[in-house]
Write a protein of this length. Structure first.
Length: 366
């Protein structure tokens, strides 16, 4: 058991794909390090972590409730700094608020590993932002990215070396959880059942999905159901669109589920409409359950996961007409789509659970 202290900086835990990887990686590392501590504003997900992992959070619940991301990051930086001043022989693995965390660790002369989670394409548009991002990121002892496309972005825009590690995929757990009983009368035997899982925020762009299904409703006689699982600031926008277009009987929104896999198992296809990603876990989960994926060509992750269209259907980002065409193609061509599913499922070997986790252990031990 390694006696070095590992602090994991995750001030913004909310329950998405980043957090799923955080749970898996932290629990794995807790088997090899004497002391793992999570710095966060939320205690909500504490039960998901092994009992020997320490949770360090602000005493006042205000910091958990506030929607101000910067405030959450700053209070967690304060908590982390207090710990590091007392435990100098430590390493920090940052999942969120990376630039802030990196700058502070370098001031304190603490080793810092950044795990970058989302495409940096947007940063490439602002000269000053790009210079600042590159300068601070360059201070990190190691930068981990979760896709080859993501690695190429870092090289192209910032000329920075990164370590590429795919997300660890626990296929056995997904299959096990998907088999839990589900009474869900919304889906019908005679309908084609689609699903989207993700936060209702601008990044995920779910309004585009609704606009495409309005086209399907207006232009065809296909019977369909669309289930959207999530929560977020855009929920009312989505609900209003559904109501205004008289689609309540065919489209349903429900809150986040700790175990969404039974819903995914009962669906025929998964739709991802994001404008950017890192490496979307939910696509790996859908492929594990052998569901067709219809995804935007956003940076980064989907094209790589779907082998550039050989493992699923890819539409032009933010294009409701192209998404509509892909939905119709799936409905009309089940045999062709079955071949896509099989190809995508066969490519999941890249996301080997133990192999990818061992790489994190190797980095933190070095």
């Amino acid at each position: 058991m390694n006696k070095k202290n590992i602090f994991i900086f995750a001030p913004l835990i909310r329950g998405g794909g980043v957090e799923k990887n955080l749970f898996i990686i932290a629990n794995y590392l807790s088997n090899y390090f004497n002391k793992i501590s999570i710095i966060s504003t939320s205690k909500e997900f504490k039960p998901k972590f092994n009992k020997n992992i320490k949770f360090i959070t602000p005493k006042n619940n205000f910091w958990n409730k506030t929607k101000n991301r910067r405030l959450k990051i700053l209070v967690c930086l304060y908590l982390l700094a207090k710990q590091l001043m007392l435990q100098r022989d430590s390493k920090v693995l940052s999942f969120q608020g990376n630039l802030y965390c990196c700058l502070m660790c370098k001031i304190l002369n603490i080793k810092i590993i950044l795990r970058s989670n989302a495409s940096i394409t947007s940063l490439s548009k602002g000269f000053l932002k790009r210079i600042l991002y590159k300068a601070i990121s360059n201070m990190a002892d190691k930068i981990i990215v979760n896709s080859l496309e993501f690695q190429r972005e870092y090289k192209k825009y910032f000329n920075l070396k990164t370590k590429f590690i795919y997300n660890p995929l626990n296929k056995k757990e997904i299959l096990k959880n998907s088999k839990k009983k589900l009474n869900f009368p919304f889906y019908k035997k005679e309908t084609i059942n689609f699903i989207n899982i993700g936060r209702f925020v601008d990044q995920k762009n779910q309004l585009l999905i609704l606009k495409s299904f309005k086209l399907l409703k207006d232009k065809t006689n296909h019977k369909f159901k669309l289930l959207m699982i999530g929560s977020g600031e855009n929920k009312n926008i989505l609900l209003n669109f559904i109501k205004e277009n008289n689609m309540n009987s065919s489209i349903k929104l429900i809150n986040f589920k700790k175990n969404p896999f039974p819903y995914l198992r009962k669906s025929h296809a998964f739709i991802l409409s994001s404008i950017f990603e890192g490496l979307p876990n939910v696509l790996l989960e859908a492929l594990t359950l052998k569901k067709l994926i219809i995804s935007s060509d956003c940076p980064t992750g989907p094209k790589e996961i779907l082998d550039h269209g050989r493992g699923g259907l890819i539409f032009k980002m933010n294009n409701k007409f192209d998404l509509y065409k892909k939905i119709v193609f799936f409905i009309k061509n089940p045999n062709k789509c079955k071949k896509l599913i099989n190809h995508g499922h066969g490519r999941l070997k890249r996301f080997d659970y133990n192999k990818n986790l061992e790489q994190y252990l190797k980095i933190l031990n070095s």
